[in-house]
Write a protein that binds this ligand. Structure first.
Ligand SMILES: Nc1ncnc2c1ncn2[C@@H]1O[C@H](COP(=O)(O)OP(=O)(O)OP(=O)(O)O)[C@@H](O)[C@H]1O
Length: 664
């Protein structure tokens, strides 16, 4: 233990034992109170040096999922704040109301030190584990504050300086905490005062963005003490419904209303503010609101507080007109057309499309997971088409197909003569081609580790440095990545950078495999209609349709398309019979999925995956269909006998023909 840590612990022990006069310590009262709370309520021992408490990935994911909509709204503010302070050595944390870090931005080159200090995704900064710290003490008090160096309770944290501000939800409950922290800082606490103003200001903006976003279909009232500022930087923001009931507010408006009601009744009013009438607090009724529109000069938009009579200036935003009213705009469909076109009555697809719809116009990176051929790229294209970026490029990059030596130049571009063999005119690079549009990184799980580091920098800094160029170029890209791999397992195995995983998976969209889709019948008909040439009528016979519906589709939509292409080519006029389907579908093996394992063309690892997924019954079905002849099943599967035997052993399948269960 270092000398400063020992001295710090001494000071804490004296305070805990009541031996030190609070005023003598020269520490802010809020810090002293927190120290006492740590000892008396949280039972923390000042002499114990604690490691940061970092959640497992699955628990972190639960916290992130619960915060998804909020994080998405907050993202722009978070990135703006980070840009303001990054050059000063700060990292940025957004935690939920429990203190768990659900979003993080920092310089990836400092990772190890940051992680050791708990400045990382998944770190739990609640006071009860971490002691006095900016996030934990902000949660405890509800106020913005600086916890500077030895203000921290735990002696491991004393090199840090942390500044945090609360973000409240529209009902006044704590929703999140925004924090900036640095591993090193000057000794005087005053060095952080400006940081406090930055964090507070962005936290207020995030709060307002969240409120306006949540109540965008209601009246929004913005208020400020100055007419010059009401339209650009209002202090107080409220949402009100058509019957003048208050629906939500930012924290400054909440404080203002609490002060007003206390003035009116002479004591603090503990009743809920949501649901109360606007006129209780402001000399204002719903009929007045149109007068406060932005189109009038701000100086003519004065409002008085009901109890104190204090003047404020207002701006009102009317709700969008409802259908049926003369100015009605067409109702925006919840799910835009390109996403709607992907599915019919399938709950899993509906969930994916609804979630994607909310994210189309965000900066958040998306990760699409799903089996091979399940439509990951198709979904990425639909998201691009539904977004405001649709007029710009959609640039797909297959990270698995590019040779490692070329991938860097292909992605980031190079200057003329950057290396031997470089094109004379240089190369723009796919990232720059995607500027203003969407970069689709397919098979991201196959990207080499060294390139993952470069990509991480591009994602964090939104700029790219082509080979041979010294100055970076800013890029405005939306990144969508896709993989059929289990990326969390890849991270655990050390093959995929954890920080890149978190950076890419702002939101994860998981496509269902085709065999689980309830709209398979609709998709078959639609894809068939797309394939039948104009003027030709071609329908599926009942038997053929049943065979398609009963099949396991390990190659998913791509395999279905191939099967339909084949059937269209071989079928006679009018009808596709079962015999017109590819052999694996027309062979007549009973039962859904029984034929699953019978695709000679499918690669072995896909077969292995398919076998695991669909399980024992399917393999038993395939074996029964071949009267337990393992060699025949192996031939059907395009596997060797050993693999079939291994799978039988794994599933505990015992052949009635005992000799077939033994290894050859
Ligand atoms: N909802 C859909 N409607 C029509 N066609 C689709 C749909 N989804 C995917 N497809 C088609 O299926 C084929 C495979 O889709 P896609 O390439 O998007 O799959 P993928 O999951 O990205 O595959 P891989 O993992 O091999 O990269 C493509 O021809 C695509 O156009």
């Amino acid at each position: 233990m270092r000398r400063e840590q020992a001295a710090h612990i001494d000071e804490l022990v004296r305070v805990a034992n009541g031996q030190a006069e609070p005023s003598a310590l020269g520490r802010d009262a809020v810090i002293q109170q927190s120290w006492r709370r740590c000892v008396s309520e949280h039972k923390l021992d000042p002499e114990v040096l604690r490691d940061p408490c970092i959640l497992t990935q699955s628990r972190l994911r639960e916290h992130q999922d619960a915060m998804e909509e909020f994080t998405h709204t907050a993202r722009f503010g978070v990135e703006t704040l980070y840009r303001q302070v990054a050059g000063l050595g700060y990292v940025l944390l957004l935690t939920d109301a429990k203190g768990v870090t659900v979003d993080f931005i920092g310089d990836p080159t400092f990772d190890n030190n940051l992680m050791r200090a708990g400045l990382y995704l998944g770190a739990d900064w609640h006071e009860q584990h971490a002691g006095t710290c900016a996030v934990g003490t902000c949660i405890a008090t509800g106020d913005a504050l600086i916890v500077h160096q030895t203000d921290h309770f735990d002696a491991t944290h004393i090199p840090l300086t942390c500044t945090a501000a609360p973000v409240f939800d529209p009902a006044g409950n704590l929703a999140a905490v925004l924090d900036i922290s640095a591993l090193r800082s000057p000794v005087p606490k005053e060095s952080q005062f400006l940081a406090l103003q930055f964090v507070r200001s962005i936290a207020n903006k995030i709060e307002t963005a969240n409120l306006v976003n949540r109540f965008r279909r209601e009246w929004i009232i913005k208020l400020a003490a100055s007419p010059e500022f009401v339209d650009v930087e209002p202090s107080y923001v409220l949402a009100v419904d058509g019957s003048e009931r208050i629906l939500g507010f930012n924290n400054q408006a909440r404080q203002l209303m609490l002060r007003e009601s206390e003035r009116r009744i002479g004591r603090p009013d503990r009743r809920m503010l949501v649901g109360r009438r606007l006129s209780e607090f402001f000399d204002l009724s719903i009929d007045d609101l149109p007068r406060f529109s932005h189109s009038r000069p701000a100086s003519q938009r004065m409002v008085r507080l009901a109890a104190s009579g204090t003047p404020l200036f207002a701006q009102s935003l009317a709700p969008p007109s409802r259908p049926g009213t003369p100015m009605a705009e067409p109702a925006t469909p919840a799910v835009p057309e390109p996403l709607q076109a992907l599915f019919r009555d399938d709950p899993a697809m509906r969930q994916v499309a609804t979630r994607a719809a909310k994210l189309v116009n965000t900066q958040m990176s998306l990760l699409i997971c799903g089996e091979t051929g399940s439509g990951k790229e198709h979904l990425a294209k639909a998201i691009h088409a539904a977004s405001a970026r649709s007029g710009r490029a959609f640039v797909p990059v297959n990270c698995a197909a590019l040779p490692e030596t070329l991938i860097e130049g292909e992605l980031f571009g190079y200057e003329p003569g950057a290396f031997t063999g470089a094109a004379a005119r240089g190369k723009k690079g796919l990232v720059i081609e995607a500027d203003g549009g969407t970069l689709f990184l397919d098979e991201i799980g196959d990207m080499p580790l060294a390139l993952q580091t470069r990509l991480l920098r591009v994602l964090a800094e939104r700029e790219v440095t082509p080979l041979g160029r010294s100055k970076p170029m800013p890029v405005n890209i939306r990144v969508i990545a896709a993989t059929h791999r289990d990326l969390v397992a890849e991270v655990k195995a050390g093959r995929f950078r954890e920080d890149l995983y978190f950076r890419l998976s702002g939101a994860v969209l998981t496509l269902p495999p085709l065999r689980e889709r309830r709209d398979l019948g609709w998709l078959i008909e639609r894809l068939l209609a797309d394939r039948v040439a104009a003027g030709r009528t071609l329908r599926l016979s009942e038997e053929a349709l049943q065979a398609l519906l009963g099949y396991g589709w390990p190659g998913n939509i791509r395999e279905l398309i191939n099967a339909l292409d084949y059937a269209c080519a071989v079928a006679g006029e009018g009808r596709i019979e079962r015999g017109d389907l590819p052999d694996r579908l027309s062979a007549g093996v009973d039962g859904p999925g029984a034929i699953l394992a019978r695709i000679p063309s499918a690669p072995v690892d896909e077969m292995e995956q398919a076998g695991r997924r669909t399980g024992r019954e399917e393999l038993v079905g395939a074996l029964r269909a071949r009267r337990w002849n393992v060699s025949a099943v192996a031939r059907d599967l395009g596997l060797d006998r050993t693999t079939v035997h291994r799978r039988m052993r794994r599933f505990g399948i015992l052949s009635p023909r005992q000799e077939d269960t033994a290894e050859p």
